[in-house]
Design a protein around this ligand. Structure first.
Ligand code: PYC
Length: 315
């Protein structure tokens, strides 16, 4: 149980919060970042619950811990978690990490490599604040899957990996707009239930725990599409979700709708935009690059008192 304080930096990336443990986190014993994340999840899950739930946090917070990388050419390791679980990769969180490392004076503009549980990613950071993440190779796992969704009938989508597992739905369900967040959340939950019923909540060992719904952009001059992403703990992503954009690029490519090098401007539900493009074709998929910006919100020292009834968060 907790004894020492945690030092945190909060930021947001295109609206979606990231809360990083920059020091004071539990000793995870070294090894690969995937191994350290698994130990964190097994032995220190209270940290995730404390940081990503009320009263200390809230459902939208994606937390992360900076750790030692095993890969020698990496600036650091990082793993991310939300109000429900530890996740393999997070692009908005990686953009927040880069802003945080720059804020702390630990990296300068240029190219850096970062080890995550899903693999090594490369980041390019510029003085104007733009961060480009070359994410892990992304691929379609199943195309045009028809699900029977309670209250909605047949809903067809693709299942894809972009660092997390996604079910991607084009122009079905409630209209993708800010005012429909409750309806989109209910729809996303119904789709998750239908995936579980069909035995598709895990495919090829990947949890399909993010639902991504696409609609037309609010402004075609600034975006090609607008999405709504429901995360594993049923919070919606305030950003366009970079792993979701990576999965989308893989789907567009598989459908013959996007060539390498062409920019796909994905707006999220707040109409902030990630610019995605395919930088290479890989064996069975694509190598995606996703660009966006993060802003530092605060640095804080969090204290933990064993007598606090909500030490582990509410719920
Ligand atoms: O940007 O990859 C992302 C992400 C995953 C969950 C929330 N944001």
């Amino acid at each position: 149980m907790p004894t020492t304080p945690l030092h945190l930096v909060d930021s947001h990336t295109e609206g979606e919060p990231t809360r990083l443990i920059v020091s004071g986190g539990p000793n995870l014993g070294g090894g690969s970042v995937a191994e350290q994340a698994a130990r964190f999840s097994r032995d220190h899950d209270w940290v995730r619950r404390a940081l990503c739930r009320e009263p200390r946090g809230h459902e939208a917070i994606v937390g992360g811990m900076i750790c030692e990388p095993r890969e020698p050419d990496c600036a650091c390791g990082v793993f991310f978690f939300d109000n429900a679980t530890t996740i393999p990769m997070c692009v908005h969180g990686t953009i927040g990490l880069v802003a945080t490392l720059r804020h702390l004076g630990k990296i300068t503009a240029g190219r850096h490599r970062i080890e995550t549980p899903a693999g090594v990613v490369e980041v390019d950071t510029a003085d104007d604040g733009l961060v480009e993440v070359t994410n892990v190779p992304s691929r379609v796992l199943r195309r045009e899957v028809a699900l029977q969704v309670d209250g909605w009938g047949t809903v067809t989508g693709d299942i894809a990996w972009g660092g997390n597992g996604f079910f991607l739905i084009d122009e079905q369900g409630p209209a993708v707009k800010f005012g429909n967040i409750p309806q989109l959340t209910a729809f996303g939950k119904a789709v998750k239930a239908a995936l579980a019923k069909a035995g598709l909540n895990a495919v090829d060992g990947i949890n399909i725990d993010h639902i991504e719904v696409f609609g037309p952009p609010g402004d075609p001059a600034t975006a090609d599409s607008r999405n709504f992403v429901l995360c594993p703990g049923n919070a919606y992503d305030r950003s366009p979700c970079g792993t979701g954009v990576s999965a989308k690029l893989a789907c567009l490519h598989a459908a013959g709708r996007l060539e390498p090098g062409v920019v796909w401007r994905q707006a999220g539900i707040l109409d902030t935009v990630f610019a995605g493009r395919i930088v290479a074709e890989t064996d069975g998929g694509v190598l995606p690059k996703v660009a966006g910006r993060a802003w530092i919100l605060s640095e804080a020292t969090h204290h933990f008192d064993a007598t606090d009834p909500f030490l582990n968060g509410i719920g």
